[in-house]
Write a protein that binds this ligand. Structure first.
Ligand code: NAD
Length: 295
């Protein structure tokens, strides 16, 4: 039955020849790399040059590693990089078939960015959001064409994590889902179509886990010991290290969305260590200082 569904989607999918990503941060840079590496050209837009430089550097680092490991030659590296077009403007967006919005995890900012982007693209182009937690129905309130909008939720680091949640909003059309499923596959990912709610599927499992970790810290646990224990339990990394990878700011914003969405289950009645780190600009790996120090 699953195979049948995948086939049905394939028939409805429209070709994706040109993609774009809004926001060149941890996720935007990774999405641009993955799309370009697998052959779909992608425009990478940010609001500042520093963001663009970071995103491009990330992509370059990954490619250099592949060349060093002899998994790619220098010519393919050049071709891949040429498929990423960095920009600060909406210049070529009429060419774009699918956009992935990957700016900060904030409803107001995302509403503004999505509404602005919708005006820059063709009527038949598809908008998606890489939001970790914000409901797709909520985000679609800013749009004139909600049927052309859905979630496309990658995981971090994008080049290593196979799963992509494709989130169906109330008004999302089947053609939109089919096209995004097919783009995710073309990127070498495993798409799973899920219904809409704050946190979708994976983060409804993950954020209660982070909440449990916050409770352990409040009760006096040592974060390094918790990480070691969870690694021995068999997970690739513990919750403190994972929070550093995700970004403390992104984690705090996403926790807020989950707490608003499920107040009975997710609201905390204490300030956590993660909240304090955020207030002190310890953002995790993105600024080399989180639970751990990085160089
Ligand atoms: P980030 O802070 O690393 O990057 C955000 C980027 O967006 C910055 O470069 C910023 O300059 C840019 N930006 C802000 N406003 C913009 C605008 N108006 N137009 C274009 N660019 C703009 O954040 P991130 O970790 O990459 O997260 C981005 C999104 O992806 C969030 O919604 C987050 O919840 C989601 N996400 C994050 C992770 C993770 O592990 N970090 C995983 C999955 C999904």
């Amino acid at each position: 039955a699953l195979k049948k569904t995948a086939k049905a989607y394939e028939k409805k999918a429209k070709p994706v020849k040109q993609a774009a990503v809004l926001g060149a941060g941890i996720m935007g840079g990774g999405i641009a790399y993955q799309s370009a590496y697998k052959g779909t050209p992608i425009i990478m837009k940010d609001i500042n040059q520093a963001g663009i430089d970071l995103g491009l550097n990330e992509a370059k680092k990954l490619l250099v590693k592949r060349v060093e490991r002899k998994k790619m030659d220098a010519a393919k590296m050049g071709d891949t990089l040429n498929r990423i077009v960095p920009t600060l403007s909406y210049g070529d967006f009429k060419e774009v078939d699918v956009i992935v919005e990957a700016v900060v995890e904030n409803v107001k900012v995302k509403h503004a960015v999505l509404a602005e982007a919708e005006k820059q693209i063709r009527d038949d182009a598809i908008l998606t959001s890489n939001t970790s937690t914000i409901s797709i129905n909520t985000l679609s309130e800013a749009l004139d064409r909600p049927e052309k909008f859905c979630g496309m939720h990658f995981f971090n680091p994008v080049h290593m994590m196979p799963l992509v949640e494709v989130i169906r909003g109330e008004k999302t059309s089947e053609e939109t889902i089919a096209t995004v499923v097919s783009y995710a596959k073309a990127m070498g990912k495993t798409p799973v179509v899920v219904n809409d709610c704050p946190g979708f599927l994976v983060n409804r499992v993950l954020f209660p886990y982070f909440g449990g970790f916050a409770g352990l810290l409040r009760d006096g646990a040592d974060f390094q010991q918790v990480d070691k224990v969870m690694e021995r339990f068999g997970w690739p990394m513990g919750p403190a290290y994972l929070m550093d990878v995700v970004g403390i700011d992104t984690g705090v914003h996403a926790e807020g969305v989950m707490a608003d969405g499920f107040p009975d289950r997710m609201k905390r009645d204490f300030k956590s260590a993660v909240d304090v780190m955020f207030e002190n600009n310890r953002l995790g790996q993105k600024n080399n200082l989180g639970f751990y120090k990085y160089e």
